[in-house]
Design a protein around this ligand. Structure first.
Ligand code: SF4
Ligand code: SF4
Length: 136
């Protein structure tokens, strides 16, 4: 089996449900929704893990999504966090659905549990100091 994780940005009002349906029905892909931020009036974000026995089928499904006007990005394998520069503001924790980034209590210091991270990359944009990055 081959898996790829992608983040999809889609315009306000674009229905996501039929798209995932077509990925399953027409391309025989297994879709795991890792994260979804969907609102009828705003740009949405979806993080998918797409699995199939052949990479070629995954590529076809991704090409189909692109043809629907969606912005696709492949995701990194891991992220890094520069703890020495962190001010523990907690902004990144708001977007971290699996709670890999958390403010510890009672210290209110940020902790990062790599084993819970799904590498959705949403925290990278959320950090005002730019100290969360893709691992090279
Ligand atoms: S990439 Fe960032 S936001 Fe996404 S799961 Fe990992 S730590 Fe959380
Ligand atoms: S957003 Fe950046 S500075 Fe704030 S807690 Fe997260 S990593 Fe630290």
């Amino acid at each position: 089996m081959v898996s790829r994780r992608v983040v999809i940005t889609f315009p306000a009002g674009k229905a996501v449900q039929p798209l995932t349906y077509y990925l399953v029905k027409d391309y025989d892909l297994v879709i795991n929704i890792l994260f979804a931020r969907i609102s009828p009036d705003e740009e949405g974000t979806l993080v998918l893990e797409i699995t199939n026995s052949q990479a070629e089928n995954i590529e076809k499904g991704i090409e189909f999504l692109r043809s629907q006007g969606l912005i696709m990005e492949n995701l990194a394998k891991a992220i890094t966090w520069d703890e020495s520069k962190c001010v523990h503001c907690g902004a990144c924790t708001a977007v971290c659905r699996p709670r890999a980034l958390r403010l510890d209590q009672p210290t209110w210091r940020l902790t990062f549990d790599q084993s819970k991270c799904i590498v959705c990359e949403l925290c990278i944009a959320a950090c005002p100091l730019g100290i969360i990055k893709e691992a090279l």
